[in-house]
Ligand binder design. Structure first.
Ligand code: 5GP
Length: 201
């Protein structure tokens, strides 16, 4: 997605060889026009698949997830990382180890909003080691619903999540794929050029 690539080139800050900061448009301040374009792009990639719900995780998945939900005309559910006063009964839970915060969180959703028969699209902001996505897949499976695919705004293809999820057979659509953050700069994977892993399988 060229618009997103340009935004990353202009505003992304490489914090280390593994972490990209995009606080100016996705993780703190949010660019609504970019989110609208992201929603349209995900909706186009997952159209005609009978999706009934979007599932994401608070907080940075909510903006792109919401715009995708609007385009597909379905509700969005965000998994919570903390216990909520109002979310107490009939919880479905999983655990996720956070790549950026180096901590393990229990994530949960109410069993009222994802039910057997639902076809669920998972959306998240970043894909690093794949733990957040796997935790969300686990919630969908525990709810007895069908997992249709995973939409990722920024995939860091040099970390293990991308291979892990595709090897599990999940359909993963990433709007941009980053090959490296070395030497303080962002290098994107060339579209149409497969990764080493894809060449192996
Ligand atoms: P994973 O579970 O795939 O290891 O990591 C995904 C989660 O970690 C995302 O939901 C995102 O919040 C956070 N994350 C991973 N890598 C980055 C990064 O380079 N930059 C930012 N801002 N967040 C990241």
């Amino acid at each position: 997605m060229e618009l997103l690539k340009r935004k990353i080139e202009l505003e992304g800050r490489v914090i280390s060889d593994h972490v990209l900061k995009v606080d100016s448009f996705l993780n703190h301040q949010v660019d609504p026009h970019l989110m609208a374009a992201i929603g349209k792009e995900f909706a186009a990639r997952f159209q005609n698949m009978g999706i009934t719900k979007i599932l994401t995780i608070e907080s940075s998945g909510i903006a792109p997830g919401l715009m995708t939900a609007l385009e597909l005309n379905v509700p969005i559910i965000f998994a919570r990382k903390r216990n909520s006063l109002t979310l107490v009964n009939d919880l479905i839970t999983s655990t996720v180890h956070s790549f950026t915060k180096k901590e393990t969180n229990e994530i949960s959703i109410s069993n009222q909003y994802i039910v057997p028969g639902d076809k669920v699209l998972i959306i998240d902001d970043f894909l690093a080691n794949g733990q957040a996505a796997l935790g969300l897949v686990d919630l969908v499976q525990k709810a007895g619903a069908e997992m249709v695919g995973i939409g990722i705004v920024i995939e860091k293809s040099f970390q293990e999540g991308s291979n892990l999820l595709r090897k599990e057979g999940f359909r993963v659509e990433s709007l941009v794929r980053i090959k490296s953050l070395e030497n303080g700069r962002v290098t994107f994977l060339q579209e149409g050029v497969s990764t080493r892993y894809e060449q192996i399988i």
